[in-house]
Design a protein around this ligand. Structure first.
Ligand code: MGD
Ligand code: MGD
Ligand code: SF4
Ligand code: MO
Length: 756
């Protein structure tokens, strides 16, 4: 039963009246007064990155969080946390939290506080009117990889099955769409194959377009725990912190990865270092691939990538002679004009050398946000709930049966991707947009146009923890949301581990969990009946379990939240049969004795599961597929007017994306520059008369940004680097998209630099 609005507000905070807007400080969040001693602790998985560290939350006598520490007994982080994790409670207490719904007043143009009742009425009135006047598909939503799985699923189901709409996407498009498509095409399902023990069990780790020192610091700590003296190879145009710690830094021209990877395949074949038995038994399309890479000679590869032939040979030597080789990639690959084929070129290397399904191996995509994996499986955007296909009648029927829906209530084709939604707004086809837990007016590519497009909407709803984000400031209606720590649910980390988030703080004022907001919208819309069984996050989890059953992501063997908690998280797949054979030891499930690893003595009873140990992939024929295409030139190469290539990415381990959360912590702000900085090579700086600390102007064909010069040889000549955490950066970026994943290519465009 979905509780009525009054009850929701009542239950979470005692009787609520309009004039009773509480402030976060009332809840004792933030710094812990010395006199406060924790009365108890509880564990909760971190809500920033996909590492999925467990944090031990210290509670006062009222059960409210007063501090936290890193959980020593969790198989992911083993007592470690990065600065964002340590500061995870602080952003909850920020003074700019959205504490009441806000509606734009027509006359003054300002946002004014309104009741939830009024806000919900405004929501349904505008969205229904838009659908009536412009058709059912004139409304859309953009959501996130940063809310719990149950919330994502309820939103996607509400929108497509309840509101009868089609076009929705999430910021996972900016991030993991490439991995999703690449795995689906190559393996038959979106399935990152690894477990974190592989960081320690590899003899060689090859990172391509990934900077885990900064972006996944606790995964990097796991690499540092590797006792095998591994080769650590970093393929990155920049000498990142990770590259500086590597045994081999392969400095390549931006966006030349595809050629490099084909060149490596060519050399592996030439040297006879391919596993013919594995290829014959478990893959398809290898012969065509081998013929295709014949032209990628070392000379050609070196000329195209800028990587010396000797370095190519050294890298091939590592791949060919080390027994446990793992390949890892992140946004340097996923954000490219030919991203899907590049990710698949990495997968091809793992397949042809048999470096998959064994300890310390794999073609491993590192996920970005805390629940990007949950959104890939249960966002109901690109895939039907549970990784099913909207276009397949048998899938619609199966999902419909579980959810009590007629197959006709489930769309039989996919809606628009993120960029297509924006284009449709531009054309006037989509007129109302609901933005949940993402900040497109900062993070989307080519901001000048993005903001123009958002400005064209008849009605923009933003559901966020803060009313101050770039997007919230443009909204017609702001819905105040509870954040991580103020609600419960499941996040799925990079190694497919389901982890539990706990409610340890009260949301400020009238802010509600996204789950409760979706329930209220369903009621206000008049389709609440459809979601009676989705009465709480945990009840929803039970439904999602059923949806997962029989899929590669099957986790139907998990009993409930408590089972996840006492097991130290549970990796999918975990079906009923697997659960049955699990011997319970200390309430912990032991699926498979992990292979020798430096952590096994600490976590001997915790399952570490990787996929494909049996060589069986998820295509109907059980085989993985070699996929490839000729490389294409970068969409906007540098020229005389715009002679630099702009690289963008994460700036520091203490900054998160658009800064709405991390900028609220004084501690985190001290750990990184608070103004935009541009990294530029000393030779280029000298030519431009730029010294360290000077103000520089960076211009592209689309916009301009000002930044303080950091003169450093970590970037190559002719390239500059800007951290994405500042709004100005995406004024410069060039909107090009991978044709398969439609993921934006944020990491390369042409710019000019001048001293200001
Ligand atoms: N502190 C912090 N951590 C985070 C995040 C955050 O905002 N802050 N965000 C999280 C999210 S959502 C994500 S997706 C991940 C991202 O994690 P990463 O992908 O590791 O981080 P990025 O800095 O975006 O990009 C990685 C590297 O790609 C390189 N690169 C650029 N162009 C190319 C190229 O053509 N080829 C190659 N080989 N490399 C290239 C860049 O120089 C950069 O060093 O981080 C997650 N973790
Ligand atoms: N130039 C450049 N641009 C990039 C990238 C790049 O490398 N270079 N990387 C891209 C990538 S990989 C990503 S993932 C995106 C990220 O881009 P965004 O998703 O736009 O960035 P965030 O700052 O994480 O935005 C999340 C929003 O959700 C809010 N929020 C947090 N928790 C909750 C919650 O529980 N409920 C609700 N309702 N709101 C919540 C936060 O306050 C914040 O406003 O940026 C992309 N943009
Ligand atoms: S590494 Fe990621 S999951 Fe772990 S504490 Fe830091 S932000 Fe949280
Ligand atoms: Mo991301």
């Amino acid at each position: 039963m979905i509780p009525p609005l009054d009850e929701l507000l009542h239950a979470r905070s005692g009787p609520m009246t309009a004039d009773m807007v509480l402030h976060p400080a009332d809840f004792g969040l933030g710094r812990v007064p010395a006199r406060l001693k924790p009365a108890a602790t509880t564990n909760s998985v971190c809500g920033f990155c996909s590492t999925g560290c467990s944090l031990t939350i210290h509670l006062n006598a009222n059960g409210e969080a007063i501090n936290l520490s890193a959980n020593r007994d969790y198989p992911v982080n083993l007592g470690m946390a990065c600065p964002k994790g340590w500061e995870a409670l602080t952003p909850l207490a920020a003074p700019d939290r959205a504490t009441t719904p806000l509606l734009r007043v027509k006359k003054s143009g300002a946002l004014a506080p309104v009741s939830w009742k009024r806000a919900l009425a405004a929501f349904t009135e505008h969205f229904k009117r838009t659908q009536r006047d412009h058709g059912p598909h004139s409304i859309a939503f953009l959501s996130t990889g940063q809310i719990v799985m149950e919330e994502m699923a309820l939103l996607g189901a509400l929108f497509k099955f309840g509101m009868g709409a089609l076009h929705c996407d999430s910021n996972t498009r900016q991030c993991m769409a490439t991995s999703h498509v690449a795995y689906k095409q190559s393996f038959g399902f979106d399935a990152p194959p690894y477990t974190y023990a592989d960081f320690e069990e590899s003899d060689a780790l090859i990172f391509i377009g990934a900077n885990p020192c900064i972006a996944h610091p606790i995964m990097w700590q796991r690499v540092m725990m590797n006792k095998r003296k591994p080769e650590i190879v970093v393929v990155d145009p920049r000498a990142t912190e990770t590259a500086q710690a590597a045994t081999l830094h392969v400095v390549l021209r931006p966006k030349s990865d595809l050629t490099l990877l084909y060149g490596l395949a060519h050399l592996l074949i030439a040297r006879g270092a391919v596993k013919k038995d594995f290829i014959a038994a478990h893959t398809t399309n290898y012969d065509a691939f081998a013929a295709f890479v014949a032209t990628f000679t070392p000379q050609h590869t070196a000329a195209e990538t800028g990587v010396p032939v000797a370095t190519l040979h050294r890298l091939v030597e590592i791949i060919a002679t080390r027994e446990h080789v793992s390949f890892w990639w992140t946004m340097g690959v996923n954000q490219s004009h030919e991203a899907t084929r590049t990710a698949q070129a990495i997968i091809n290397l793992a397949l042809m050398t048999g470096h998959i399904g064994r300890p310390g191996t794999g073609a491993n995509s590192i996920t970005g946000q805390c629940n990007a994996m949950g959104s890939r499986l249960f966002g109901n955007a690109t895939s039907l709930l549970g990784g099913y296909d909207f276009a397949k009648p048998e899938h619609r029927e199966h999902v419909g049966k579980i959810l009590g829906l007629a197959p006709a209530q489930i769309p039989d084709h996919n809606g628009y991707a993120y960029d297509q939604i924006l284009d449709a707004i531009d054309r006037g086809e989509i007129r109302a947009l609901w933005v949940i837990a993402t900040n497109p007016a900062h993070s989307w590519i080519n901001q000048t146009r993005a903001k123009e497009i958002l400005g064209k909407l008849d009605f923009l709803v933003v559901q966020d923890m803060y009313a101050t984000t770039e997007t919230a400031r443009m909204a017609d209606l702001v819905l105040p949301a509870a954040g991580w720590g103020e609600k419960e649910g499941i996040l799925i980390n990079s190694e497919r581990r389901l982890g539990l988030v706990k409610k340890v703080a009260r949301a400020p004022g009238q802010a509600l969990s996204d789950f409760a907001i979706f329930q209220l919208v369903a009621e206000a819309w008049g389709c609440g009946e459809l979601f009676r069984a989705w009465s709480s996050p945990e009840a929803t989890f039970q439904i999602l379990k059923q949806l997962s059953a029989g899929q590669p992501c099957d986790f139907s063997g998990i009993r409930d939240y408590a089972h996840i908690e006492t097991s130290g998280g549970i990796q999918w797949p975990f079906n009923a049969a697997e659960a049955a054979v699990c011997s319970m030891e200390d309430e912990r499930c032991q699926m498979e004795r992990p292979e020798p690893s430096s952590i096994t003595h600490r976590n001997s009873s915790i399952q570490q599961r990787r996929l494909f140990a049996d060589g069986k992939f998820f295509h109907a024929d059980g085989r993985a597929k070699f996929l490839f295409d000729p490389p294409r030139p970068m969409p906007e190469p540098p020229d005389t007017e715009y002679p630099f290539i702009l690289l963008t990415g994460r700036g520091s381990s203490s900054q998160w994306h658009t800064g709405s959360r991390t900028d609220k912590s004084a501690v985190l702000r001290k750990l990184a520059p608070t103004v935009l900085t541009v990294e530029i090579h000393p030779d280029d700086a000298e030519r431009l008369g730029l010294s360290a600390g000077d103000r520089a102007t960076i211009r592209s064909r689309r916009g301009e940004a000002e930044a303080i010069a950091v003169v450093t040889a970590t970037v190559q000549r002719g390239q500059i680097f800007l951290p994405m955490h500042f709004e100005a950066v995406n004024r410069l970026t060039f909107p090009s998209f991978d044709p398969h994943s439609r993921q934006p290519s944020y990491k390369a465009c042409a710019v000019a630099v001048a001293k200001r």
